[in-house]
Design a protein around this ligand. Structure first.
Ligand code: AMP
Length: 246
């Protein structure tokens, strides 16, 4: 798959991608889109900036567009889990942009805001829910959402979710999903705990890894000094007072 026309995306989604001005899929998109469209489980290493969001959102929207059934109240067809409200909101923006011509029903669920509007959205039944694990569990415990009709789940920035202590919540959430489902796990790094999670919750995942696109800027000279915390300030002052510092 070298260009988006060969990606097998639904026409309204392809149109939205072209309007964004994307000329060619990024490496992670080239790898993920066909397998995700085919319903396979995916274990992917991808950093922010690689185009990873579109890599899972475009095939997800295509599958929804090709099978437009109305979700039952308090259920969602696809669930995207993210570590922070910022990332959840960004993913929701992408879903809105790429899905503008099919108009999927979506809700973004995170803590720190009143639950009422989220509950109302969930009660209608949704195509896609994008959530942080903590608030999602709150809604699960009150019956606001049931995951027994959710056939696709994406864990974005899984390593960061584990760093934030969400491992138990993720296990409980995944345990509530149907056994037959698609599980996509994306992570910037692949520590042992991520592999363990993949082993527990994925079936023959396709492993995909792309090199990070961002590299240190070559014009910047880098060096390392080992210091005690207490001497950092003095060392910084010394560096900044050097004559040829720019
Ligand atoms: P992400 O890695 O998902 O955070 O995406 C990084 C940025 O790349 C976003 O601003 C996207 O709009 C942009 N992007 C995603 N896919 C492509 C593409 N195929 N061509 C050009 N830009 C893209």
């Amino acid at each position: 798959m070298k260009n988006f026309d060969e990606a097998g995306l639904a026409e309204p989604i392809l149109r939205a991608v072209k309007e964004e001005g994307y000329e060619a899929p990024t490496p992670i998109q080239r790898e993920v889109i066909p397998h995700m469209k085919a319903g396979e489980d995916i274990l992917g290493i991808a950093q922010t900036g690689t185009g990873k969001t579109a890599a899972f959102v475009l095939p997800l929207l295509t599958r929804l567009a090709e099978d437009r059934k109305k979700p039952a109240p308090h259920t969602c067809r696809a669930l995207i889990l993210a570590p922070t409200r910022e990332l959840a909101s960004q993913i929701a923006d992408s879903v809105r942009t790429y899905g503008q011509y099919i108009g999927p029903s979506t809700a973004v669920i995170f803590g720190g805001v009143k639950p009422g509007p989220q509950l109302r959205a969930l009660s209608r039944g949704l195509d896609i829910v994008i959530a942080t694990p903590g608030r999602l569990e709150d809604h699960m415990s009150t019956g606001g959402i049931k995951l027994d009709a959710t056939t696709t789940v994406v864990l974005d920035e899984a390593d960061q979710m584990l760093d934030l202590g969400f491992a138990p919540a993720i296990r409980r959430i995944l345990g509530k999903l149907p056994k037959v489902r698609q599980t996509v796990l994306l992570s910037a790094t692949m520590p042992h705990q991520i592999r363990k999670l993949a082993k527990e919750f994925q079936t023959n995942p396709r492993e995909i890894s792309v090199a990070p696109v961002s590299r240190p800027i070559e014009k910047i000279e880098q060096s390392v000094r080992f210091l005690n915390s207490s001497s950092k300030r003095a060392a910084l002052q010394e560096i900044l007072s050097e004559k040829d510092i720019e």
